[in-house]
Design a protein around this ligand. Structure first.
Ligand SMILES: NC(=O)c1ccc[n+]([C@@H]2O[C@H](COP(=O)([O-])OP(=O)(O)OC[C@H]3O[C@@H](n4cnc5c(N)ncnc54)[C@H](O)[C@@H]3O)[C@@H](O)[C@H]2O)c1
Ligand SMILES: [Zn+2]
Length: 366
C-alpha cells in the first residue's frame, strides 16, 4: 500500500492506494471525528458490486450508513440527480457532522462531491474511486460538479475530500474499455511531467493491461503524486493546472461533436493527445520520434489514435473548441510539449495548423 499526500495547507489529505484498502474505510472515517450517520452515494453498477460490502464495513466500524443509488453514466451528473440526493439526505436527517462517501467512478465522485459541497453548506466528503480514471484523476484535486444542457461541468465547486481510498481490487470488475480509457490519463501524466514514468509505461504496458497489482500500485501512485503536485501549486486553476489539459482541447471537442456517445472521455483524449503531439512538433519543437512514441504507447494501451472527420465535422470541431471553458478572450489555447515530460500551457495555435493536424489524423484512420 502507498500513501500520497495532497498538500493544501488546511485542507491537506492522503490518497491510499493498494489492494484491499476499502477494508480500511471505517477506520479512516473514525480518524476524522465525524457523526455516525453517513450517506454512501454510488451508481447502480458499482452499488451492486460493492455497496453491501461498503455498508457492512461502515456498520462494523460503528457508523450508520445509508446507500443512495443513482443511475450509471454521465446523465447522472445533473441537477435533477443532485436534487434526488438532497432529498435522500434530508429524509435520512443527515447533519453537519454527518458525511458523504462517493463510491464509484468520476461521475459519482463529481456528483457526490457537489452534493457534499452544498448540502448544509458543506458536509465532510470521502472518495472511494472505482475506475482507473477516478483513481488517477477525478478523485484527486477537489473539482466537483454537474453538467447543464449547455455543456459539461458548468456548475460546480472546488471541494477537497478528507481522504481518498483507491482499492486496486475494484479495478478487477471494471469493463476493459473503461480501464483502457483510464490509461489515456495515465499516459498523459508521463507526457506532461515525467519522462521516467513514460518510459516505465513503455516497459510495463503488458503488465499494466494484465492489471499486475505491484505495477499498477506504483503507476497509480505516481500519477496521483503528479496531480497532487500540480494541484497544490494551483488549486483554483489560474495557471499551471492547465497542463493537465494536454490533449483535452481537441479531445473535449471530439466528445462534444459526437454527442458524448461514440467515444469515452479517455478515447477522445487519446486522439486529442496525438493531435496535440503533432501540433507540438509544428509549434514547440517536439521531436518527430517523440510524436511516434506517444502514438505507439496509446495504441498499445488499446486506445484510438486516428479519426476520420468530414469537412463539416471539422467545422463543428472548431466551434466546439471555442465553447471550451478554457478559452481566453475568444482564443483557443493549447498545452504543447517541448519533449516528453515537459509542456507549456496557454499556447495559441493557428486554425490552419489544427486543420493540417486533423487532416493528418484522418489519413491514419483505420
Ligand atoms: N473532477 C475532476 O477533476 C475530473 C477529472 C476527470 C474526469 N472527471 C469526470 O469523470 C467522469 C468520468 O468518470 P469515469 O470515466 O470514471 O466514468 P463513470 O463514473 O461513468 O464510470 C464508468 C462506468 O464504469 C462503471 N463502473 C465504475 N466502477 C466500476 C467497477 N469497479 N466495476 C464495474 N463497473 C464499474 C460505472 O457504473 C460506469 O458505467 C466524467 O463526468 C468527467 O467529467 C472529473
Ligand atoms: Zn481527462
Amino acid at each position: 500500500m502507498r500513501i500520497v499526500n495532497v498538500p493544501l495547507v488546511a485542507r491537506s489529505y492522503d490518497i491510499h492506494i493498494g489492494t484491499g484498502v476499502l477494508e480500511q474505510l471505517a477506520a479512516q472515517c473514525a480518524a476524522f471525528n465525524l457523526a455516525r450517520k453517513c450517506a454512501v452515494i454510488s451508481d447502480r453498477n458499482v452499488a451492486r458490486r460493492y455497496g453491501r460490502k461498503c455498508l457492512n464495513i461502515l456498520k462494523a466500524g460503528g457508523f450508520d450508513p445509508v446507500l443512495v443509488s443513482v443511475p450509471a453514466g454521465e446523465p447522472a451528473k445533473s441537477l435533477k440527480v443532485v436534487q434526488y440526493c438532497y432529498d435522500r439526505l434530508a429524509e435520512q436527517r443527515l447533519e453537519r457532522k454527518s458525511f458523504v462517501i462517493a463510491l464509484g467512478g468520476g461521475v459519482v465522485g463529481d456528483l457526490a462531491g457537489f452534493v457534499a459541497a452544498t448540502y448544509l453548506r458543506g458536509l465532510p466528503f470521502i472518495q472511494v474511486p472505482t475506475t482507473l480514471l477516478a483513481h488517477v484523476d477525478s478523485s484527486v484535486g477537489g473539482k466537483v460538479g454537474v453538467n447543464l444542457k449547455a455543456g459539461k461541468n458548468l456548475v460546480g465547486a472546488f471541494f477537497q475530500p478528507r481522504v481518498v481510498l483507491c482499492d486496486l481490487d475494484t479495478l478487477r470488475t471494471l469493463p476493459p474499455r473503461e480501464f483502457r480509457a483510464g490509461l489515456a490519463e495515465v499516459i498523459k501524466y508521463g507526457i506532461i511531467y515525467d519522462a521516467r514514468l513514460f518510459q516505465e509505461l513503455e516497459r510495463e504496458m503488458d503488465r499494466i493491461l494484465a492489471k499486475d497489482p505491484g505495477v499498477l500500485e506504483a503507476v497509480i501512485a505516481r500519477c496521483c503524486e503528479i496531480k497532487a503536485k500540480v494541484v497544490s501549486q494551483d488549486e483554483m486553476e489560474t495557471g499551471l493546472r492547465a497542463i493537465l489539459n494536454f490533449g483535452h482541447t481537441i479531445g473535449h471537442a471530439i466528445e462534444a461533436i459526437y454527442g458524448y456517445r461514440k467515444y469515452l472521455h479517455g478515447e477522445a483524449i487519446a486522439i486529442g493527445q496525438v493531435a496535440a503531439a503533432r501540433l507540438s512538433a509544428i509549434h514547440s519543437g517536439l521531436a518527430k520520434s517523440d510524436v511516434e512514441r506517444i502514438t505507439v504507447l496509446l495504441k498499445r494501451a488499446g486506445l484510438p489514435t486516428a479519426i476520420k472527420l468530414s469537412r463539416q465535422q471539422i467545422g463543428k470541431l472548431h466551434k466546439a473548441m471555442l465553447l471550451d471553458k478554457k478559452v481566453m478572450s475568444g482564443e483557443v489555447r493549447f498545452v504543447l510539449a517541448e519533449r516528453i515530460g515537459k509542456v507549456q500551457w496557454g499556447q495559441s495555435v493557428s486554425s490552419e495548423s489544427v486543420d493540417q493536424v486533423l487532416a493528418g489524423l484522418r489519413s491514419h484512420a483505420v
